[in-house]
Every structure is written in C-alpha cells, then in structure tokens.
Design a protein around this ligand. Structure first.
Ligand SMILES: NC(=O)c1ccc[n+]([C@@H]2O[C@H](COP(=O)([O-])OP(=O)(O)OC[C@H]3O[C@@H](n4cnc5c(N)ncnc54)[C@H](O)[C@@H]3O)[C@@H](O)[C@H]2O)c1
Length: 248
C-alpha cells in the first residue's frame, strides 16, 4: 500500500492533539477530514494541504451517522480513523467527586468519549475490511490505565472502556489487514487540560517521571506511526505516551 494515498478522519481536530494529528498526517500526504463541533476546525483545515473539514456534534447519534455516510461516500472513503474528540467536564477547575456525578454529566461524557468512537468504528470498519487495509487509533488516557487522584470517575471509566473496545475490535478485524490500537496520553498542554486550575496542572507535571507536561505533537507522533503501513503488526496495543506517569 506504499504508493496509495490514504484518507483519514480525525475527530476533535480543532483541539490540541487532534489538530497536531491532522497536521502530521497532512505533512506525509494523507488526505484528512478534520471533524469538530467547534467551527474553528474549518480554519484549521485551510492551513493543511489536501485537508477539509466538517462541523459535527458527536454527542448526537444522527450527526455521527451522517458523518460516517459522508466519509464513506462524498469524501471518497476513509481508511484511517482517529477517535480523538473527548470531554472531561470540571467543577471549579477540579474533577467531580463521585457523589457529585449525576446521570446527565455521566451520559454526556459516555456519548462523546465512548459511544461516538464505537459508532464510527461500526460504520467505517466494514468498508476498510472490503478494501483489506485500515487503521483505527483511539485516544484514551492514562486515567483509563491506572488510578489518578482527582480524576472524575466518568472520565476514567470512559477511557478504560475505550481501551477495552480497542482490544475487542482489534481481535475481530485483525485478519482483514486492519489494526485497531490506542494511544493513552498523560498530561499534555491543550485547551482541554487548561480547564484545570494552575494548582492541578502543577501537580500533574510533578506526578510524571519526566517532571513535565507533554506536547500535542509528542502524542501526534505516536498516532501518526500507528497509522502507517510500517505499524501493521501492532494490533490491540495501547501506547502509553505519558512521560513515565504510568509504566504498564
Ligand atoms: N490534554 C491532556 O492532558 C489529555 C490527557 C489524556 C487524554 N487526553 C485525550 O486526548 C483527546 C484530545 O484532547 P485535547 O487535550 O486535544 O483536548 P481539546 O479540548 O484541545 O480538544 C478536544 C476537541 O474535541 C472537540 N469535541 C468535544 N466534544 C465534541 C463533540 N460533542 N463533537 C465534536 N467535537 C467535540 C472539542 O471541540 C475540541 O476541539 C481527548 O480524547 C482527551 O480525553 C488529553
């Protein structure tokens, strides 16, 4: 497949990690569809050769299904899917305590962090199987790999679920030339993490072996590698890109 131009769909591409992934793909000639509910994604796409954008709210099932239909049809097919969009609602700059979590915030997080990635996989994997090649990279979190004090239960549950889904789908589709993997970032400076208070941010850097927060580009580099033909034997894995904050 070395000579083939690949096409990728990246969700949450107006944000820190998603925009960095889209840029890395575009720099090596991958045609990228950037997706976000934030309309600034249209501007981000204009800065990248061969890229286009779609404004979609992934918390709405119909919008996710319409997006998949567009990706399979008008966009011309998608052989790389990066489920990156995620939310982590905060209370006064800190995580929710378990007794503060109601079903409204629980369901909102599960919808974006877990249900939308599942729906996009369900809708896009069959066409990858028909073509005999595909890559899915799910962006999980260190919080889905181990206990981190102060993290909201809805967030760690949604990310652990994504790691489990990655393994299940990896097994189901591996024999068809498709790999499904995830990248689990530790603390990275992006708009999402900047919702946390300064104190929380300082603590998160102190809690990793590298004693610093990562960059979106460092996460994108791992995602980009998993999307290449060279990574074809990595299947159902979780790459912990966390500065040594969790060593599995
Ligand atoms: N930044 C970190 O420290 C960190 C650590 C671990 C994991 N992650 C994960 O990395 C991924 C990217 O996070 P980021 O730090 O770049 O965050 P970010 O907030 O910069 O980007 C997330 C993007 O997702 C989009 N999004 C949110 N809800 C959406 C919806 N309903 N429909 C469409 N788009 C939606 C946002 O508009 C935003 O552009 C997330 O899944 C996050 O959980 C981030």
């Amino acid at each position: 497949m070395n000579q083939v131009t690949h096409s990728a769909l990246v969700t949450g591409a107006a944000g820190g990690i998603g925009a960095a992934v889209a840029k890395a793909f575009s720099q090596r000639g991958v045609r990228v569809l950037l997706v976000d509910r934030n309309e600034s994604v249209v501007q981000t796409a204009k800065t990248l050769p061969g890229a286009s954008a779609r404004v979609v709210d992934l918390s709405i099932e119909k919008e996710v299904l319409d997006l998949a239909r567009y990706a399979r049809g008008e966009f011309g097919g998608c052989d790389i899917l990066v489920n990156n969009a995620g939310i982590n609602p905060k209370r006064e700059g800190r995580g929710y305590r378990t007794e503060e979590i109601d079903m409204e915030v629980w369901n909102a997080v599960m919808q974006v962090n877990l249900a939308a990635p599942f729906l996009l996989c369900r809708e896009l994997l069959p066409a990858m199987r028909e073509r005999g090649w595909g890559r899915v990279i799910n962006i999980a979190s260190r919080a889905g790999r181990t206990y981190i004090p102060g993290v909201s239960a809805f967030y760690s549950v949604s990310k652990a679920g994504l790691v489990g889904m990655t393994r299940q789908l990896a097994g189901e589709f591996a024999a068809s030339g498709i790999t499904v993997n995830c990248v689990a970032p530790g603390p990275v400076d992006t708009p999402l993490s900047l919702q946390s208070s300064k104190e929380t941010l300082a603590k998160s850097a102190a809690n990793v072996a590298s004693a610093r927060r990562g960059t979106a580009e460092e996460i994108a580099a791992a995602v980009d590698f998993l999307a290449t033909p060279a990574a074809g034997f990595i299947c159902g894995a979780c790459i912990d890109a966390n500065g040594g904050g969790f060593m599995g």
